[in-house]
Design a protein around this ligand. Structure first.
Ligand code: 13P
Length: 340
């Protein structure tokens, strides 16, 4: 694909008022999510759940793209249309998770590296035929005593860059996702340090690998206090630290930053995004690509029962709308109260 097309898809994923729904849970992850509502993870339950989300009326007002999993990109709605068709007909851009998950990094206790580069060129071509126009690859960086090591950061950044280059060759916009995990008792200052070192390395590798920054999106974690840290940063502190860190290391050529939610509560993830957008204009669009923060309340309302679909869709629509408002810095607690 020509660079211009990659650039226009990347921009179409981050218009004002909209963001991305990550619905690309791997088989293991969706099994864990379903266990939380005591539902068995069968292929039909996974299909029904995704159909509930994707056919929610009006979400296209707030959702620009949806990231699918390999199984999901091949599944169909009850009316026979494939999920990529269902989404495209609503004006939502279908995307695909293409990494194959993380493994323990040999010789580096408690650190992970992401697999999936072998054979990726062929898989990308197939996904494009199935309707995908963008892709996602997640790398994981863990904070702990003596970690992350630069070796782990470098190995993951290198894989992200190899993936990014292959995507652009295949005509897919790469979403580059280095997730610095929230797990641990580290301070927000330590998180900022690790986030900065990680992103510096990721962009250096992307440039080395000739990835066109205009035709990609960055999916980082926010700069947060570790989940177990006794001192939890305020919404303002998170917004300030995150934007400060990103401004130092993310080139302005990147059209958008689409955060993951990473285990924050749904409302907190919206508040953080809102605070960042309320700070004023930034060199890039500041948006979302949430899985849990968009889906968790709807999953709980659905409980695997067809009779609950209307209420689950209402809950999902509400979260999408709140995050859409946060794209303008116009979200307020009142929006939650009104919906309740
Ligand atoms: P969460 O928003 O639940 O962190 O998921 C985003 C994602 O796509 C992780 O890869």
């Amino acid at each position: 694909m020509a660079r211009g097309e990659l650039e226009s898809v990347a921009r179409a994923l981050v218009p004002k008022g909209k963001g991305i729904l990550a619905a690309d849970e791997s088989s293991g992850t969706i099994k864990r999510r379903f266990e939380s509502i005591k539902l068995e993870s069968t292929e039909e339950n996974r299909r029904a759940y995704r159909e509930m989300l994707f056919t929610t009326q009006g979400i296209e007002e707030f959702i620009s793209g949806v990231i699918l999993f390999d199984e999901t990109v091949r599944q169909k709605a009850k009316d026979g249309r494939s999920f990529p068709e269902v989404l495209a007909q609503k004006g939502i851009i279908p995307g695909i998770k293409v990494d194959k998950g993380t493994i323990d990094m040999p010789g580096f206790p408690n650190e992970k590296v992401t697999e999936g580069l072998d054979g990726l060129r062929g898989r990308l071509n197939e996904y494009r035929e199935l309707g995908a126009r963008f892709a996602k690859w997640r790398a994981v960086i863990t904070i702990g005593p003596g970690i992350p090591t630069m070796t782990c950061i470098h190995a993951n950044a290198h894989a992200l860059a190899r993936y990014g280059a292959l995507c652009q060759e295949a005509g897919l916009v790469p979403i580059v996702e280095p997730e610095v995990l929230i797990d641990g008792d580290h301070t927000i200052e330590r998180c900022e340090e690790v986030e900065e070192a990680t992103l510096k390395c990721v962009f250096s590798e992307l440039l080395e690998h000739r990835v066109a920054l205009e035709g990609m999106l960055l999916k980082p974690s926010m700069v947060l206090s570790g989940k177990e840290c006794p001192k939890q940063a305020s919404v303002e502190e998170v917004a300030t630290a995150t934007i400060r860190c990103l401004r130092r290391v993310v080139p302005a050529a990147v059209p958008g930053i689409v955060f993951l939610s990473g285990g924050q509560s749904a409302e907190r993830a919206t508040e953080h995004l809102n605070a960042m957008n309320a700070m004023g204009s930034h060199p890039w669009e500041v948006s979302f690509s949430y899985a849990r923060a968009l889906q968790d309340p709807a999953l709980k309302a659905w409980k695997g029962e067809a009779a609950n679909i209307p209420v689950a869709q209402k809950v999902f629509h509400h979260r999408a709308k709140c995050n859409g408002a946060a794209r303008y810095g116009k979200y307020s607690k009142q929006m939650e109260a009104m919906a309740a």
